[in-house]
Design a protein around this ligand. Structure first.
Ligand SMILES: Cc1ncc(C[n+]2csc(CCOP(=O)(O)OP(=O)(O)O)c2C)c(N)n1
Length: 330
């Protein structure tokens, strides 16, 4: 190998390691934010229900590595990772989950309906499949406006049984809408295995709707980000929909507090964070530097929680505010 070729190869491998480190840091931040969500929920500081996405971080971070602020996403009840990966600020996130006036939705959305249009996060969604059609609508808007922005819908395998999902695939294919259907297949729909719920494969369904389909190992950050980048680049050019099935794990219960009595002892799930950390260490990152990165995440999350604690709750008198869009009469 020539000296120039060797130098190019080294530079490209350094670039890859720097990108991987950046994505790893985002995953660590999501894991830490969710760990603290669990603590705050148990202590009664987060009202309602929360559903954590431990084990699924490589999907949100890997796919969104190729998205910009102009691109839009819709999410699910398990949407913390999606919101943070899309760029929702930590402060806004914790204030929203803790029901405070300075939250992303002024404390009205909470965990299951957090949204921030300024970063293209169209909302988490308590309705299974509810976000899918929203992303299709947003993708249509991108197409009509011109440019190369795309929309993505993150949904679980449970959404495959919903009518709206089938309608959404059909219309996206019929009208050639640049929407990425990103399925996080963790094998569970609440307390039931997917195999007891669905009779078709997502691959067959995509083929029936004439939409290109790819499957990735959702615990493998490098694979998710490489395949997503390829797909999204193609979508920016050809303005067509795509289906990406990410095989992933739900490391925790369906919701926080779920005793998981329905769950048998299976093989230990692969942790995408541990897997990526190993890769980084093999590429030369020191354990000390990686520990420091985790420490930084803990400090950032702790500061955001403290800021949320200092923020006020909405007043009772303001309960009816923000119900209607500005300028729209009831
Ligand atoms: C339309 C609708 N039906 C049923 C429910 C109750 N429900 C909440 S979560 C869930 C399962 C979701 O499974 P999946 O989409 O695979 O996501 P996961 O929880 O595995 O991330 C169900 C059936 C709901 N919220 N909305």
């Amino acid at each position: 190998m020539s000296v120039t070729k060797a130098a190019e190869k080294k530079a490209s491998s350094n670039r890859r390691s720097a990108e991987l480190l950046d994505l790893y840091e985002r995953m660590v931040l999501i894991r830490e934010a969710e760990r603290m969500c669990g603590v705050l929920f148990a202590e009664g500081e987060i009202p309602g229900f929360i559903h954590l996405s431990d084990g699924q971080e490589a999907v949100s971070v890997g796919v969104m590595a190729s998205m910009t602020a102009e691109d839009t996403i819709s999410s699910t009840h398990r949407g913390h990772g999606h919101a943070l990966a899309k760029g929702l600020a930590l402060d806004s996130f914790f204030k929203e989950l803790m029901g405070k006036v300075d939250g992303a939705c002024k404390g009205r959305g909470g965990s299951m309906h957090v949204a921030d249009l300024s970063v293209g996060m169209l909302g988490a969604n308590g309705i299974v499949g509810g976000g899918v059609a929203i992303a299709v609508g947003s993708g249509l808007a991108h197409k009509l406006r011109g440019g190369d922005a795309i929309a993505a819908s993150f949904f679980g395998d449970g959404a495959l049984a919903e009518g709206v999902f089938h309608e959404s695939l059909n219309i996206a294919s019929l009208m050639q809408i640049p929407v990425l259907f990103a399925c996080e297949n963790n094998g569970w729909s609440e307390f039931s295995p997917t195999s007891t719920q669905i009779v078709f494969s997502l691959e067959d369904l995509a083929a029936a709707h004439k939409i290109d389909y790819r499957r990735v190992d959702g615990s493998d950050l490098e694979e998710v980000s490489a395949v997503a980048s390829e797909i999204i680049d193609a979508m920016r050019r050809d303005r067509r929909p795509r289906v990406l099935e990410c095989i992933t794990v739900r490391a925790r219960g369906h919701f926080e507090g779920d005793a998981q009595r329905y769950r048998g002892a299976g093989p230990a799930p692969v942790d995408p964070l541990a897997k990526t950390r190993l890769l980084l260490e093999e590429a030369g990152a020191s354990a000390g530097d990686l520990d420091q990165l985790s420490e930084r995440a803990r400090t950032q999350v702790a500061a955001a929680i403290e800021a949320a604690r200092r923020s006020d709750e909405p007043t009772l008198q303001s309960a009816a505010e923000e119900v209607y869009a500005q300028g729209v009469k009831p």
